[in-house]
Ligand binder design. Structure first.
Ligand code: PEP
Ligand code: MG
Length: 628
């Protein structure tokens, strides 16, 4: 073990020397200042969502409209811009026609009607006239004209309390975003920056995954989002340090500014001074050393200190995550979030496209186990073609399995695709599982089982090969946790979705940094519900996994291990870390930790106690352990 790694066992909550706390007002909301042409170091505080330290130049993702402050130089440029706008409009119109056709054949006319509305907005003569006038008379670029249009409509519509009109604003936004996407595809001004960057965005949405893939992104900062928001999950999946919930950062930072992202403590430092940058570089090196050291254990089996096997599986969203899972030594896939296939696909993938994508994931997966989760949209994952409407409480509303039930043909197609991909003739024998999110009642579980039976019958009738798959239930709604014994009797396995379970138990939105102090996985109520759920499954002999972000956090892992849980699914980057931790844990030591923690009445006490125990059991992991 290297010397530098041993140094990480410094006092847990202490910031590195030269940390922002020593140099600038922590969390002060002042704008970036310059003294005598000098950039002054500023520190901002957010929610730590993906551990590690990044130092790099900012790359700001302003949501849309790049180059909107550029004025067209002459008449030729104006003509070119008009042609560029027309070309983008034609492409957008083709998209909308194709979407309408595909969605209406799969989901019916009603669901597809939205694309006709968008087409009529796209061709609206008044709207087109405004854009062309701004390009010709004001010499605006097409994106700038779109920006102006949106500002005008926003000012107009936002004054109204009419929900219908507000929805129309959302449609205009959608059309404008589509147009802008084609405009930037046609002539995207290539960023002058090269080398590693830190993405600064309002929030990370699935389409940013493309940006992540295209650039060398070493850190992420977002204005909104909490610890288990999908932005955070994405960052952790890529092993990229990230901080969320930093309001106003997009106004304080410009492209090229030097930033530090401390994903363990939740600090963002803008224009770090020499001493601070040096301290963070040292911390970054220690982190990398730890990762390198742990990478060696990826080919070893995961065993506890008692020699008991521990199943460390990967959460994946796409094929490239499967490669990461393999290289990190995961023993299978515990959660395949299939919705990303739909969210990043330009339209609805049909059955054949889904079968192909699922087969590829199965064939590439490490180990034998691959667990599919059916579509889980709604909440923070929007998908317009399923007819998602504005809801006052989207996380409590029409999301996930509730939405799938409303689209039986669509839902059945997905189930058929998984069963077909699981056919034994495709690649080496794998244990494919199919699980259903957000189950709240036994009736829902029975309904999905009956849909699965229908899918089998259809495939038999159609003469298509398929595999028999165990059916799992996700426990992520408190009602399901409380009645887990009744539910688990009718399921083949259970997977605890702690991200949602925590937000619903604490009534605190997992995406809202303002309530992140409440949305805590180590809240005493959460600890008790997890204990009862895990114990119920173990008593019944029902296979149980936990696939929320808690599985990859050292303190909760310690507790869950003590409860008897031996199967965890997490972002691939964390597998080597948890393997290291599992090696140090025995049932007898950790049972007593659980008993102590269950008697503690506050989150703070549990967090502090587990932190101290962890520092004794596995001091090397202090650098990835976060109290937050
Ligand atoms: C969860 O809720 O814990 C979970 C794994 O599902 P998701 O994060 O995709 O909602
Ligand atoms: Mg969930």
């Amino acid at each position: 073990m290297s010397k530098s790694r041993r140094r990480t066992s410094r006092p847990r909550e202490k910031a590195p020397s030269g940390s922002p706390a020593h140099h600038a007002g922590d969390g002060a909301a002042a704008p970036a200042r310059r003294a005598g042409g000098h950039r002054v170091q500023l520190s901002r505080r957010g929610v730590p969502v993906s551990p590690g330290v990044a130092i790099g130049r900012a790359c700001c993702l302003h949501e849309i409209f790049p180059g909107s402050d550029v004025e067209l130089p002459d008449d030729d440029a104006v003509l070119r811009e008009l042609a560029r706008y027309d070309q983008a409009r034609d492409q957008a119109a083709r998209d909308l026609k194709a979407l309408h056709q595909k969605v209406s054949s799969q989901l019916g006319q009603r669901a597809a009607a939205i694309f006709q509305v968008h087409e009529s907005i796209l061709h609206d003569p008044a709207l087109t006239a405004k854009i062309r006038a701004w390009i010709v008379e004001s010499r605006h670029t097409a994106p700038a004209a779109l920006r102006k249009l949106l500002d005008e409509y926003t000012a107009l519509f936002e004054r109204t309390s009419d929900e219908y009109l507000r929805e129309r604003l959302a449609d205009v936004r959608d059309v404008v975003a589509r147009l802008n996407q084609h405009l930037t595809d046609v002539a995207s001004p290539p960023s002058q920056m090269s080398g590693p960057v830190i993405l600064v965005a309002n929030e990370l949405i699935p389409s940013h995954v493309i940006t992540l893939d295209k650039r060398e992104v070493v850190g992420i900062v977002t204005q909104v989002g909490g610890r288990t928001s999908h932005a955070a999950i994405l960052a952790r999946g890529h092993g990229i340090p990230a901080v969320s919930g930093v309001p106003g950062i997009l106004h304080e930072v410009v492209d090229g500014d030097l930033l530090v992202v401390d994903g363990r403590e939740g600090h963002v430092v803008i224009h770090p001074d020499v001493e601070t940058a040096r301290a963070y570089r040292r911390l970054r090196r220690e982190f990398v050393d730890l990762k390198d050291h742990l990478a060696h254990n990826r080919d070893q089996p995961a065993l506890s200190a008692d020699g008991e096997p521990v199943e460390l599986l990967a959460n994946i969203s796409n094929l490239s995550d499967v490669k990461a899972a393999t290289s990190m030594g995961a023993c299978g896939v515990g959660l395949y979030r299939t919705e990303y296939l739909f969210l990043t696909h330009h339209d609805v993938p049909d059955e054949e496209e889904q079968v192909e994508a699922y087969r590829a994931v199965i064939a590439a997966s490490p180990g034998r186990r691959v667990t599919f989760r059916t579509l889980d949209v709604g909440g923070d994952k929007k998908m317009r073609y399923l007819g998602l409407e504005h809801e006052a409480n989207p996380f409590m509303g029409w999301r996930s399995i509730r939405l799938s039930f409303e689209h039986p043909a669509f839902f059945l197609t997905q189930i058929r695709a998984v069963l077909r991909a699981a056919a034994p003739e495709h690649g080496p024998k794998k244990r494919v599982g199919l699980m259903f999110p957000m189950i709240t009642t036994l009736d829902e579980l029975r309904r999905v089982r009956s849909l699965v039976r229908r899918a089998y019958r259809q495939l038999e009738r159609d003469g298509l090969p398929f595999g028999q798959v165990p059916i799992g239930l996700m426990v992520e709604v408190p009602a399901a946790a409380v009645t887990v014994r009744q539910l688990a009797r009718e399921a083949d396995f259970v997977s605890i979705g702690s991200n949602d379970l925590v937000q619903y138990l604490t009534a605190a939105d997992r995406d809202n940094p303002k309530v992140s102090h409440l949305c805590q996985p180590l809240n005493p109520a959460v600890v008790e519900v997890l204990y009862q759920t895990v114990r119920a499954c173990l008593d019944m002999g029902k296979p149980v996994t936990l696939c929320g972000e808690m599985a990859a956090a050292p303190r909760p892992f310690l507790l869950l291990f003590g409860m008897g849980l031996r199967s965890y699914s997490m972002s691939p980057a964390f597998v080597p870390i948890m393997k290291e931790l599992a090696k140090k844990l025995s049932q007898s030591d950790t049972s007593s930790i659980v008993e102590r923690a269950r008697k503690m009445p506050t989150t703070k006490q549990i967090v502090g106690y587990l932190g101290r125990r962890l520092a004794e059991i596995c001091p090397d992991l202090s650098i990835v352990d976060s109290a937050g």
